[in-house]
Design a protein around this ligand. Structure first.
Ligand code: PGA
Length: 247
């Protein structure tokens, strides 16, 4: 199994208006030659405009969440087919802000991931421990448990990524040490191989949580790190390009 192609995905969260498409265009314009796949995941209402703005570029566009059902009476929700129709190629699922803020359990994340696959989109499934869990020595058990519970068996043979995002590192400027990142990524790899056999070796395992241009090279070159899921630093073209150049 060959090493997965690195993926650098930007998660804009609930940030960005039409005027922010200039940053997306600047990212596309500054991309240059890179061995990585690059994606931006803006708020759902910007997906269509962003995918139009980036249609002649190598930058992919993704969503940040989708409902587990395909259609129906779910006021305020967005289906994976709608994201695909708007121009998305991938979707972030099970982000800790959704697990914590919207009580998304592993089971819900798994159901949402199935809906992502039904729409023909590529899932990026997030996992990660809280500071309390890390302090209690539970990080590996929590993360591998989330991988087992959030990834449906239907992912076999499909393109997808897993993002390890320690909850305490998101938006805080704190990051785990490189050996800590490698320990968790190796545990995720072992779990993926347990679940999907040889194909588990081809899944990119992204790191997320306070990735910035100054720490990107060390993180991206760590063992079993196959890319990054970037929040705050993906909002500014210069910072996001600095991370991409560190691949
Ligand atoms: P951050 O967010 O890069 O701002 O820490 C990462 C994420 O939540 O995906």
């Amino acid at each position: 199994m060959t090493k997965p192609q690195p993926l650098i995905a930007g998660n804009w969260k609930m940030n960005g208006l039409g005027a922010s498409l200039g940053e997306a265009r600047a990212i596309a314009a500054g991309l240059g030659a890179t061995s990585a796949r690059v994606a931006l995941c803006p708020p759902a209402v910007l997906i269509h405009r962003m995918s139009e703005a980036l249609k002649d570029s190598a930058v992919l566009v993704g969503g940040q969440d989708n409902h587990w059902d395909d259609t129906g009476a779910f006021t305020g929700d967005t289906s994976a087919a709608m994201l695909a129709d708007a121009g998305a190629g991938m979707v972030i699922l099970g982000h800790s802000e959704r697990r914590a803020g919207y009580r998304e359990t592993d089971d819900i994340v798994a159901r949402k991931t199935l809906a992502t696959l039904r729409a023909g989109l590529e899932p990026i499934v997030c996992v990660g421990e809280t500071l309390e869990q890390r302090k209690a020595g539970e990080a590996l058990a929590v993360v591998t448990g989330q991988v087992r519970g959030s990834l449906p068996a239907d992912l076999a043979g499909k393109a997808f990524s897993v993002a390890y995002e320690p909850v305490w590192a998101i938006g805080t400027g704190l990051t785990p040490t490189t050996p800590e990142i490698e320990e968790v990524h190796r545990a995720i790899r072992a779990t993926l191989v347990e679940m999907f056999g040889e194909a588990g070796k081809g899944v990119a395992i992204l790191y997320g949580g306070s990735v910035k241009p100054s720490n990107a090279a060390e993180i991206l070159h760590a063992d079993e790190v196959g890319g990054a899921l970037v929040g705050g630093a993906s909002l500014k073209a210069e910072d996001f390009l600095g991370i991409i150049r560190a691949v």
